[in-house]
Design a protein around this ligand. Sequence first.
Ligand code: 5AD
Ligand code: SF4
Length: 438
Amino acid sequence: MRKFYIETFGCQMNVHDSEKVIGTLAARGYDQVESADDADLVLYNTCSIRDKAEQKVFNRLQEFKRNGRGRTFGVLGCVAQQEGEKIFERAPHVSFVCGSASYNLLPQLLDKVEAGDRRVTGLSLDTEDTFDTPMTRRDNPHRAYITIIEGCDKSCAYCVVPFTRGPERSSASTTVLREVRELADRGYTEIQFLGQNVNSYRDPSPAGLNFAQLLREAGRTPGIRRVRFTTSHPRDFGKDIVDAISENPVLCNQVHLPVQSGSSLMLASMQRQYTRDEYMRRIEWMKNSPRNIALSTDIIVGFPGETLEDFEHTLSLLDEVEFDSIFSFKYSPRPNTPALKLEEQIPEDEKGRRLTILQEKQRAIQLRRNADYIGVVQEVMVEGYNKATGQWIGRTSQNKTLNFAAGSGETAENMLGRYMDVQVLRAGPNSLVGERVN
Ligand code: 5AD
Ligand code: SF4
């Protein structure tokens, strides 16, 4: 029996791609093992969104340089696509390099790898296909990810994704909805639609559904209790999405809408194709929904040319929106991207200073916002158990973590995946604590 080990870096798309790669390998008779030491084939599914993520991959490859004998090493994902054959020079023990746009060719590429070919590549971005595999091996028995659109047609000045994941390709709504129904039949209750920009979903099937219609259809599937989606681009984010959420409680009241900056000047030089006002209009739609939609965003500090005034605009945006959570990053120059050529790069320590200020402000906002939930009863899906605290880990429709006590006698078997009502008793900046109510 051939054994493989896979480690995944980066975003949810990568996590789900790995599930599909694992399914493909399992169907070929491979067994997954938990340690690279036990594997014949070692795969890293990589991320190159920021330099740090990329360095992690090369460090990992370095660890194996000496004792890698007898094993085959493969680099998948975004670093593979970005660095291509250069990886063979930098890490000569690697014999397989494949970007996500070529995963539909995995079987043919694996034939070559297995035949002992030392330089197998899948690097073409010239594909019309998405990577759909019936063999997908899903890790979580309750929540399933479905990629509805791959690639990205935007050209944000800082971003490698258009280079690492290629142009946009949508899956047919008929395929997506069939998968939703099959997953529901197998006991899944939560579906998460994935894509770099789910809002620009274009249905290639004759049904011709737009994204909001696809959401509504998925939300009508018997057995499905929660539908989420990520990631949205503000430019393509229509009011019809908010209306769909407002009208159907199965669609989770949670939206991740990356803003990147609160300064319209910075947004223009980032080539984001919207202004602060246009972003705020979308936020207003959501604030006006009866569903109390939780909002999250991504923010980059220290983009080239960002003045203290621009940065202040980002801070004031946080005050104005009061996000439920944010992911914030120091700008990291990436290969091939237009922002590389911009002058006025911000020094690292100044980026760090701005990031700290931003995160401290947001922490206070979250603490304040989460305190509003004290006393409120929320429905959670039970996701896990924390032995150290003796608490169950639940997630609300708003995607907040709500840890709770459920009384003795409950076991993982009868708790995990269940939906139950929990009253919030305490609130921290990143999670809530509560008690199950009967
Ligand atoms: N530097 C810093 N952050 C980046 N992101 C994307 N590219 C870069 C970069 N070059 C952030 C954006 C994006 C999130 C996934 O990662 O905020 O929304
Ligand atoms: Fe990282 Fe972007 Fe690739 Fe996801 S798509 S793995 S975030 S570079």
